[in-house]
Write a protein that binds this ligand. Structure first.
Ligand code: ATR
Length: 268
């Protein structure tokens, strides 16, 4: 009898994670027997849980909110991206049984943009939000050489912190002027409160592409605001699938075929 490969995702809460479904599909497509479980772990138990998981035959973990920062403390080796971000979403193990922390969110975002023909190079890109979600994509976008990469946030002091943290990249504070924005990325959790609104008006037009890092119902408020400017809109489902595929690649050295993964019935 074959032994299933132990994988999982750790978060708090974890009930709504789509990662088990996505990775089961990847496993089935690649003829692998994987056992990918959602693990509800509170912060005080995180490090012990991770160590225990890998010491007991675990092969790989995804890490989701609110543990992306803290999980780094459980790792022996940090990828260069994790060194930069201070956060990780994927843990794997090397031949010496060391735990490696990696981040696949930025790669997932870029891959989804490429799959959807959303251009970044030479484009004017504005990210709304300065939290973990925003930070996770900044280096990857900056490496694509946009004409401008700008950030705006409800709390201005956090923009200054971000500009300092990513000083090796050409990240700028958003200036309200007449220059049109090509790609507007919502990396805020504003949809959790009231209706979405942002003071940008005359820099948005029907060519602007609106991309929400969240997906399903969570994107509805952002899209109902963006629809006054443009029909070009994408939620974060594609990024979710692509970042999972990069995790799968870290664990198994193979990038799964993501062209036919359909989450349209489940991502609300
Ligand atoms: P995440 O890890 O999802 O990025 P986070 O680190 O808590 O979560 O960051 C949430 C982001 O959404 C922040 O940029 C936050 O703005 P503040 O820095 O001003 O708190 C932004 N945000 C949350 N609620 C918002 C709202 N109602 N309007 C505008 N921005 C909001």
């Amino acid at each position: 009898m074959s032994k299933k490969i132990k994988l999982g995702v750790v978060g708090d809460p974890i009930d709504h994670s789509l990662s088990p479904l996505i990775h089961s599909k990847f496993g089935a497509m690649n003829g692998m027997e994987i056992d990918y479980q959602p693990f509800h772990v509170v912060q005080k138990d995180l490090i012990a849980f991770v160590k225990d998981f890998f010491n007991n035959g675990g092969h790989g973990l995804n890490i989701t909110l609110p543990h992306k920062l803290n999980c780094v403390r459980a790792a022996d080796i940090l990828s260069s991206e994790v060194e930069l971000l201070g956060a990780a979403n994927t843990l794997s193990k090397n031949q010496d049984e060391q735990i490696i922390a990696s981040s696949t969110d930025g790669l997932g975002f870029i891959r989804d943009c490429s799959d959807k023909n959303i251009e970044i190079s030479n484009k004017r890109v504005l990210i709304l939000g300065a939290g973990g979600a925003s930070q996770s994509i900044i280096p990857a976008i900056a490496r694509m050489n946009p004409a401008k990469l700008m950030v705006d946030n409800r709390s201005p002091n956090k923009i200054s912190i971000l500009l300092k943290k990513f000083s090796s990249f050409n990240l700028e504070r958003f200036e309200r002027n007449d220059e049109p924005i090509d790609l507007l990325i919502n990396a805020t959790s504003a949809a959790l409160s009231g209706p979405f609104d942002w003071d940008i008006q005359n820099q948005l037009n029907k060519e602007t592409i609106f991309y929400d890092l969240s997906y399903g119902k969570a994107s509805k408020k952002f899209f109902s605001w963006s629809s006054q400017f443009s029909k070009n809109r994408f939620d974060g489902t594609g990024m979710l699938i692509a970042q999972a595929a990069f995790s799968f690649q870290l664990w198994f050295d193979t990038f799964p075929d993501i062209s036919n993964i359909d989450l349209s019935n489940v991502n609300d």
